[in-house]
Design a binder for this molecule. Structure first.
Ligand code: NAI
Ligand code: MG
Length: 326
């Protein structure tokens, strides 16, 4: 039976780039696609940014390809990650030879905690003009991410990862985070190298080549991965994978890009690379490698969208990837 892929384009450029990702998946495999609505547009027409049919389709699917949701992103992406019990967001940032990157030697992966921290959604206005946010850190989630990180570095033939934290200030929460991750790493014979996240941000910008796998709390991982995107040529190139016990959801790191939405010039390669991660997750390693090679070839020879200095459309770049795969 064909594997089933839930396809959630969402809003804005999500609707322009996700069809390219679907075409690429269709070119290299035999999948059944189930298209579902989520985001601002469906919220405007039904009042619900994440319809039950969409949640169920994502849970029933073998994997999900997601675009981006607009202002309702937090009401769509976060509940979907929770529904899938997605405890890690894998965000590779690699500079391709064909791209004029700020830091051409960048080749790193951020493993972002995906369920808690300050993104747990526990905020309140406790008095007029005073708001608070509760940061949640659990030993369970920290250890689970650490186990994943140890497997991840082992698969890459390495024995260490950088561990982002700020335990000098957030002594209790990041103290627990640090202890829990370090304990798992020690058990597994992996070297967890703690680094204060502010210094890490500077070092990432100045010498990204000295980093390989970075394990980070939720907010820090979000911020550091956009920083990494800037080093390799922008958000148009960064894919991500949300992995959990309920399945995998694959999405470009970028949002709906309202400034360029509707113009047909969004870079589809972040989504195509997300599709490659989806293929790897489903065990189609050869197809995943073919897709990555096709993207590299297009980055080297063009055509490129305006964010990378070209003047090609989304469809032209998608067509070039498909040509390379043919
Ligand atoms: P954004 O990622 O949408 O855009 C940031 C900048 O990068 C813009 O200048 C945009 O044109 C450019 N950019 C992004 N993707 C691109 C691509 N594929 N090709 C070419 N240029 C690209 O972030 P922003 O502007 O902060 O957020 C816009 C909306 O997206 C907001 O409503 C936000 O809530 C939502 N969002 C949704 C996410 C999700 O669904 N996972 C993630 C991030 C933002
Ligand atoms: Mg982000």
């Amino acid at each position: 039976m064909a594997e089933r892929i839930a396809v959630v384009p969402g809003d804005g450029i999500g609707r322009e780039v996700v069809p390219v990702g679907v075409d690429v998946l269709d070119a290299v495999g035999a999948f059944e696609f189930v298209e579902c609505a989520a985001g601002d547009a469906v919220a405007a027409s039904t009042g619900d940014p994440l319809p039950d049919e969409t949640r169920e389709a994502v849970l029933d699917a073998d994997a999900t390809l997601f675009g981006a949701a607009g202002e309702t992103a937090a009401d769509v992406v976060i509940p979907l990650r929770r529904a899938l019990d997605s405890f890690v967001n894998v965000r590779p940032a690699r500079a391709s030879p064909g791209v004029d990157a700020l830091q051409p030697d960048t080749d790193l992966v951020i493993l972002r905690e995906n369920t808690e921290g300050v993104y747990a959604g526990i905020e309140s206005e406790i008095a007029d003009g005073v708001a608070t946010c509760t940061r949640v850190v659990t030993e369970r989630a920290s250890r689970r991410l650490a186990e994943f990180a140890c497997d991840y570095v082992a698969e890459r033939g390495e024995a260490a990862f950088t561990l982002a934290h700020k335990s000098n200030v957030m002594r209790v929460t990041d103290g627990l985070w640090l202890d829990a991750v370090e304990a798992v790493a020690a058990d597994r014979g992996v070297d967890a190298e703690p680094e204060l996240m502010d210094a890490l941000a500077m070092n990432l910008a100045m010498s990204p080549e000295s980093y390989d796998v970075v394990v980070a709390p939720n907010l820090a991982g979000d911020v550091l991965s956009d920083l990494a995107a800037g080093l390799v040529g922008g958000l148009g190139l960064l894919p991500s994978a949300n992995i959990g016990s309920g399945g995998g959801l694959f999405e470009p790191v970028h949002g709906t890009a309202p400034d360029i939405a509707g113009q047909g010039v969004a870079n589809p390669l972040a989504t195509v690379l997300s599709a490659a991660m989806l293929l790897g997750f489903l065990g189609h390693e050869a197809a995943a490698a073919d897709v990555r090679a096709a993207v590299e070839a297009v980055l080297a020879d063009g055509p490129l969208t305006p964010d990378l200095g070209g003047d090609a459309t989304t469809t032209a770049v998608g067509g070039a990837v498909l040509d390379r795969l043919a």
